[in-house]
Design a protein around this ligand. Structure first.
Ligand code: LLP
Length: 415
């Protein structure tokens, strides 16, 4: 099914024209297709049907409550990286028994919060964290379920900022230390080793790094079993790439087969932590052209969305397709699509051939992942509203931020 189509009124999300959404909610605005979110979840879930598994949606990709709630209703678990994300999942009706907690810097407070909520597993990323968690859960007279995030030292062949499983990255415990740390973990009275996990990077479109990482982690599982450490689950992280431009995403059947082949006859529950692949292509950022500024060397189209709304182009030089909502017949020109923020890096797209006029609406595609969740208030810009489309219906799932809320926690100095 196509979730973004061209109809008589231009580009539509499911059955709702974007022109209508712009009128009703203004721009810039994030818009999601409920069907696209649901289908992405269900396709992965079905691909894994042959093994006991749990999808733990990595909420950093998009942590808006309605999206979390939708996934919770579909049976999803959640991968969190902070106490704030835990609180969001609980507020959205997520099941704490399906939460895994990743991240290199868990504070004592966050550990307590997660123990109190009785999450499914702490993905421990260092020896110090193991000791700290043992102490915190001991003080609460509890036993924390843990998995060690091992760093398989595999090159995911993706952008350097989003590869996480190389030995130079800050993530996880070194592969060669893992066995010793599991042996240590079983001697600690207030942790219980239940699983093992890895996450090698993001936007991966090649099976071989996954295959290599899974094989390494499973060889460790076998060595550990030989040591008497029998694990219940194997968390293979996230990382599945999507199509932004011309990338060819992995077929889910091939990805699942790689998992099946790696796991073989072992009895392990599989946990996955996908973020981008569940939400990335389900969302767009709708923006309006404020000014056209044709120039000597470059033509600038200044739009009302900016790097504070969608940081990926500025931060990673990420490429997002830009579609005019209504197509014009006039001649195309190459445009730099830039925002109003006072930074030269404030661009959403560069050198795009478009026929546009001031006032036109543009859709920045594939903006569902790491769009809203990485947005900020830089230049005192209120964050965009978010709208979920469901067939003919639209639901406002986040209102545009009132400007006063941007400084509501601030005080001027006393007289
Ligand atoms: N699990 C862990 C431990 C992670 O660190 C991540 C992402 C995921 C799961 C989800 O990965 P995904 O399925 O989304 O690839 N802001 C960057 C992406 C950073 C990804 C960080 N970790 C971007 O906009 O491309």
């Amino acid at each position: 099914m196509q979730y973004f189509n061209r109809g008589p009124a231009g580009l539509e999300v499911e059955n709702v024209p974007l022109t209508r959404i712009a009128e009703q909610f203004g721009t810039p605005c994030y818009i999601y297709s409920r069907a696209a979110l649901t289908d992405a979840y269900e396709a992965l879930d079905q691909a894994l049907a042959g093994l006991p598994h749990l999808i733990c949606y990595a909420i950093k990709a998009n942590s808006t409550l309605a999206i979390l709630n939708l996934f919770a209703r579909l049976g999803s678990g959640f991968d969190i990286v902070s106490g704030g994300e835990l609180q969001r999942v609980l507020a959205a009706g997520g099941d704490p028994g399906k939460i895994v907690f990743s991240g290199v810097g868990k504070t004592e407070h966050e550990m307590k919060q997660a123990l109190r909520a009785r999450i499914a597993c702490f993905n421990v990323e260092s020896e110090s964290e193991l000791y700290r968690l043992n102490a915190v859960s001991g003080a609460m007279e509890m036993r924390a379920p843990i998995s060690l995030r091992v760093n398989p030292d595999v090159d995911p062949k993706t952008h350097p900022y989003i590869s996480t499983g190389l030995k130079d990255n800050k993530f996880g415990v070194a592969f060669q230390d893992a066995r010793r740390l599991y042996k240590l973990a079983v001697t600690l009275p207030h942790v219980r080793a239940v699983g093992i996990d890895c996450h090698i990077g993001s936007q991966i479109t090649d099976l071989s790094p996954f295959r290599e990482a899974f094989a390494k982690v499973l060889s460790l599982v076998d060595e550990l079993a030989g040591d008497g450490v029998v694990l219940e689950h194997l968390d293979l992280g996230g990382g599945l790439g999507i199509r932004y431009r011309d990338e060819i995403p992995l077929a889910l059947a091939d990805y699942a087969r790689t998992i099946y082949q790696a796991v073989g006859s072992r009895t392990l529950k599989i946990i996955l932590e996908p973020g981008r692949s569940l939400v990335g292509n389900a969302g767009i950022l709708l923006t309006r052209v404020e000014y056209l500024k044709p120039g000597g060397t470059r033509n600038f189209a200044i739009v009302d969305a900016a790097m504070n709304d969608l940081l990926r182009p500025a931060l990673y030089e990420a490429w997002h397709d830009v579609q005019p909502v209504r197509v014009r017949d006039s001649a195309k020109q190459a445009w730099e699509i830039v925002g109003p923020v006072c930074e030269s890096a404030d661009f959403l797209a560069q050198g795009r051939d478009l026929a546009i006029e001031e006032g036109d609406l543009l859709a920045v595609m594939s903006a569902g992942a790491y769009g809203m969740s990485m947005s900020s208030n830089y230049n005192s810009r209120p964050r965009s509203p978010e709208v979920m489309v469901d067939g003919e219906r639209t639901h406002l799932i986040r209102s545009r931020e009132p400007i006063a809320s941007l400084y509501s926690l601030e005080q001027t100095l006393p007289a």
